[in-house]
Write a new protein. Structure first.
Lengths: 358, 366
């Protein structure tokens, strides 16, 4: 498959890459992380969509100035070799940690809800192997997998029907029943369900029509927002404020409300199908980590994938307590908020440099 | 290619590992004792008596239900105890119905137990809960020779059917929902073992996590109408005080709109619309006469209105709000709505009830 630097991603690839990297563990617990807002949370995904769409503008603008470079190259060009390399090193660590955070939290959910009696070590190895397998084909293989994932999992939105039927539509009002503090708290914990679109800065040079990338990525973002909005509305209708605050994975409870005559535990089917959404997210971070290692060592090598995979396995199995690990992952997610705003600064640096050159 | 071969090999190994005979990890289906109904009785504030039944699939067994009872203070400790008495690993994965004795519910322990089940990932949130008048253990130990087996009998009993619409058929999710919703109080079906059969006797009403009182089937019907159920069945009314004029209506359509105005002196406006056929009539009116039919409609409306008013006054007296009348006020309320606010409003509430009945047909006979 195509692994060299060529223009290989068409419009569909971009739409579904953006969309599927965004959807991951965040959606499962979105109602819960937005719970400081109470019932007024259901429209917040729209707001997040607007923020995402605004913050993607500087990213794409920057990438349009350097059409053949990803963020790693841009760092080195804009900030000099040493500065750029050290920043890239941090980015590499960030990608590895997010890769492990995504896998770890998913496997933990599997352990809690499906296989409480088993250790997850075997699954972990298997999971990392599959991700490696997907990423080995390069970004195009990942993009194709994203399209497949969309059609394999998108239909699950139908399961929300039962929650909607037994829910209370009047929960949707009032719209603004929260304080500023509650809003900030909810944004802080809730926005991480929508991060992921910033990875477009890394696969941008592979896009065949860069001038249309903004349109395609916006479609991807709003597709995600559409699903989030549906889950948000149905969650608010189906649960009380106490339940929103205390149920860790509201989507699974929504699946439990499904009443079909031929199959019972829809939530278990839901969790297992969710593996596709996790694979795309994890795969994207693994791919970014591989690219990071490539640029650090100035060498394009497939072995970098294995190196990152082994490193991830080690990170997940480090003998540190679960609580420290959790807070660590959480902090890394907050780091990604900074990362989303980072391109704005880079744009300014770019403008200043251009003026100087003249 | 080598990588894909490697992955295939690994996946085959993983799949085959399901066939291991090593004991203790995850039991195979034949070795699982799937609890279908559990019952809880009150001993004291720390201890409870837990009874579970499991269907016995083996044809050789004489009885097709296994019943096990233990005294315990925690749910999972109880399960371990039960495992030691059963020949299989017990699991709550197939739990369908949970029964609580009235005393257990009145002491306020039921809320805690239901929340515990709600948290458990093995238990679905669509498991039914019900209150048993005397002992849950007795109900589970009872033999029902004309039924398939106790498990499916009790499970079928709580499935929604047309003629039992008065009963709420509360699930674990609904129980927790009502319990944590400051707008309304919880209701659950109330059952009794009578003449070796289980009767659904009415509704158990909760307030602040404790069972307070019971309502009759007829009151249950009205509560279900006001809670917005649209599919109703037969509704029988006695129109005069002496009991000479009786009607039975079969509803085709019913619609209830509950609106509350003014938070300072709340006025609850209930608009109800019924459309249905007259299935039985006993009295002096001539059903062929259009005027008489109109009168009958009016009388029925009046009677329903009176019954609703009585029920609401009773709720007011008991400080129980099973309907959620103040939802429309909450929709425009800024800040956190509390249970105390609901109680306060209920105390001050005045009711305006408008009932409109429309008899679409009076049957095939003149």
């Amino acid at each position: 498959m195509d692994v060299s630097k060529k223009k290989i991603l068409n419009g569909y690839h971009v739409v579904f890459l953006v969309q599927n990297i965004m959807v991951g563990m965040g959606l499962l617990s979105m109602n819960n992380s937005l719970s400081p807002l109470g019932y007024s949370q259901w429209w917040v995904p729209i707001l997040f969509g607007v923020i995402a769409n605004l913050t993607i503008i500087p990213m794409i603008w920057l990438n349009l100035q350097y059409k053949d470079d990803d963020l790693f190259d841009i760092h080195e060009k804009l900030l000099g070799k040493w500065m750029g390399k050290s920043l890239n090193f941090i980015l590499l660590l960030y990608a590895i940690i997010l890769f492990s955070a995504v896998i770890d939290s998913y496997l933990e959910l599997i352990q809690i809800s499906i296989l409480p009696e088993r250790s997850i070590n075997g699954h972990l190895i298997f999971f990392i192997l599959i991700t490696v397998f997907i990423v080995k084909g390069g970004i195009k293989s990942l993009a194709r997998f994203c399209i497949l994932t969309f059609f394999l999992t998108g239909w699950m939105a139908y399961f929300l029907r039962w929650g909607m039927e037994s829910g209370e539509i009047r929960h949707l009002l009032p719209l603004f029943n929260f304080t500023g503090k509650e809003f900030l708290e909810a944004t802080k914990s809730g926005y991480n369900s929508i991060v992921g679109y910033e990875l477009i800065m890394f696969f941008f040079p592979y896009i065949r029509k860069p001038e249309k990338a903004f349109k395609h990525s916006s479609i991807g973002i709003w597709l995600t927002v559409f699903f989030y909005l549906m889950v948000g509305i149905v969650g608010v209708m189906y649960f009380t404020e106490w339940q929103l605050e205390h149920i860790l994975f509201p989507v699974l409870k929504l699946f439990q409300a499904v009443d079909l005559s031929f199959v019972e535990r829809i939530d278990k089917i839901g969790i297992t199908l969710w593996v596709f959404l996790i694979l795309t997210t994890a795969g994207a971070y693994l791919w970014v980590a591989k690219k990071g290692l490539d640029s650090l060592r100035n060498k394009n090598s497939q072995y970098h994938i294995y190196a990152v995979a082994i490193l991830t396995y080690v990170v997940i199995n480090l003998p540190i307590s679960q609580i420290i690990r959790k807070t660590f992952y959480e902090r890394t997610f907050y780091f990604s908020y900074g990362f989303i705003l980072w391109p704005i600064l880079l744009c300014l640096v770019h403008l200043v440099r251009r003026r100087k050159m003249r | 290619m080598t990588v894909s071969r490697f992955i295939i090999a690994i996946s085959i190994l993983l799949v085959l590992s399901g066939c291991t005979t090593k004991q203790g990890l995850q039991p195979s289906l034949e070795n699982l004792g799937l609890i279908s109904v559990a019952g809880f009785d009150y001993i004291d504030n720390d201890n409870m008596r837990m009874t579970v039944i499991m269907p016995q699939p083996a044809l050789e067994a004489e009885k097709h239900t296994q019943v096990i009872t233990v005294n315990t203070d925690m749910l999972h400790k109880g399960l371990v105890d039960i495992s030691s008495r059963a020949d299989k690993t017990v699991s709550l994965k197939q739990l369908r119905v949970v029964l609580f004795s009235e005393e257990f519910a009145r002491q306020g322990q039921m809320k805690e137990m239901v929340e515990y089940l709600f948290k458990d990932a093995d238990v679905r949130s669509s498991v039914f809960v019900a209150i048993v008048k005397e002992s849950a253990e007795e109900m589970l130990r009872m033999e029902y020779p004309d039924k398939q087996n106790t498990s499916s009998y009790i499970n079928n009993l709580f499935q929604q059917r047309q003629y039992t619409f008065f009963s709420p058929f509360t699930t674990i999710h609904e129980f927790v929902y009502d319990e944590t919703d400051p707008i309304r109080d919880t209701i659950a079906p109330y059952v009794e073992l009578k003449d070796e059969v289980i009767h659904i006797e009415g509704l158990a009403m909760f307030s602040n996590g404790k069972m307070e009182t019971t309502f009759s089937k007829h009151e249950g019907k009205i509560i279900q109408i006001l809670r917005g159920r649209e599919k109703l069945s037969v509704f029988a009314l006695t129109l005069d005080d002496e009991g000479n004029e009786k009607v039975a209506l079969e509803f085709v359509k019913s619609k209830a709109k509950v609106k509350t105005e003014n938070i300072n002196s709340p006025k609850v406006i209930l608009n109800l619309k019924f459309e249905g056929t007259l299935s039985e009539y006993e009295g002096d009116k001539d059903l062929a006469n259009k005027k008489d039919i109109k009168n009958l409609e009016k009388e029925v409306s009046k009677k329903i209105e009176k019954e609703i008013r009585n029920l609401l006054e009773k709720c007011k007296e008991l400080e129980i709000e099973p309907i959620g009348m103040f939802e429309t006020l909450r929709m425009r309320y800024k800040g956190d709505w509390t249970t105390d606010l609901t109680k306060e409003l209920l105390e001050k509430a005045e009711f305006e009830i408008n009932v409109e009945t429309n008899l679409t047909s009076i049957g095939a006979l003149k």
